[in-house]
Design a protein around this ligand. Sequence first.
Ligand SMILES: Nc1ncnc2c1ncn2[C@@H]1O[C@H](COP(=O)(O)OP(=O)(O)OP(=O)(O)O)[C@@H](O)[C@H]1O
Length: 343
Amino acid sequence: MTEPNVSPLLSVDDLVVEFHTEGGVVRAVNGVSFAIEKGATLALIGESGCGKSVTSLALLNLVRPPGKIASGTITYTGDDAEARLITDWKSSSEQMRQFRGAEVAMIFQEPMTSFDPLFTIGEQIVEMVLAHRPKTSRSAARDIAIDMLGLVRLPQPEVLIDRYPHQLSGGMRQRVMIAMALCCGPNLLIADEPTTALDVTTESQILDLLRQLQSELGMAMLFITHDLAVASEVADDIAVMYLGYVVERGAAADVLSSPSHPYTRALLDSLPKIDTDPASRLNAIKGMVPTPDEMPRGCPFHTRCREAMPGLCDQRLPELYACGQGHQARCFLVDPQLEVLRG
Ligand SMILES: Nc1ncnc2c1ncn2[C@@H]1O[C@H](COP(=O)(O)OP(=O)(O)OP(=O)(O)O)[C@@H](O)[C@H]1O
């Protein structure tokens, strides 16, 4: 992982999120720990259902009943260097409301669901500014909105500001969503699959924009994606999730060049390569992610793992073992005691 400079901006320790359903307690996030350094990007990776979105909602205390944070801590250290224990704050508190938006903002896959179709994009950005800076006049908030639309490289922001969401293309809407998220100058942007709904050209433009904004504004990013190729373009650090567990984490360069968990290797194998024969099939990972209420005994991935060792992986949960500097994997294959365990 990136060398910590003083304390990380956000640190998540042993986070557990549970859903209390009629069928019993479902653990969607199972003792997850990671840190996001100031100004850096952590990519949270995994297939659908691995717990990425629930983890990000937990960071903003937005997990709704029947879900709740069962244990663990989330600590935020902002510009004033004071560490705040976010997990102690009530979801509806004023403190938490200010934290969301002003310190940490979020963008999603489909901006259309986040906009109100009845209001112009300008009106919606202005409302966002006023919610966090109540002393600002409406005309000053409108000027901020125009500046923000310019910041995300939208042409003619003074004209665009009076358009309705449906009058914009998907790529433009995603830019407006980013403008809205950044209008209060957050230190952390959580981006949940922000380019999944876009075509590849627009996706690459939005990734470029996010990278440029990050270096201009010095903000950190939690980038959630199922796509390792996308993660490789933006991430400093990577945490790979499977069934609510972090199964591998480390600097992006290390995880991508020497993946140590069979799940990370399988995700990398499933990516199309430039020299892939178009007639051949992609190496999809066999089977599907089980739901957390069918959590397998032992290693959560053993039911789909090509390298599973019967009698070990189906019996015991591996720890996160070190496999390089700041690089860890939750797999017995990297356990220094493997030979002893195999007997
Ligand atoms: N309201 C809910 N009630 C019960 N279980 C839930 C609820 N919301 C989420 N879960 C559980 O949490 C698990 C993780 O969901 P999450 O949305 O975080 O996955 P994800 O990795 O972000 O997938 P996707 O990319 O599809 O959003 C789900 O498989 C589901 O079992």
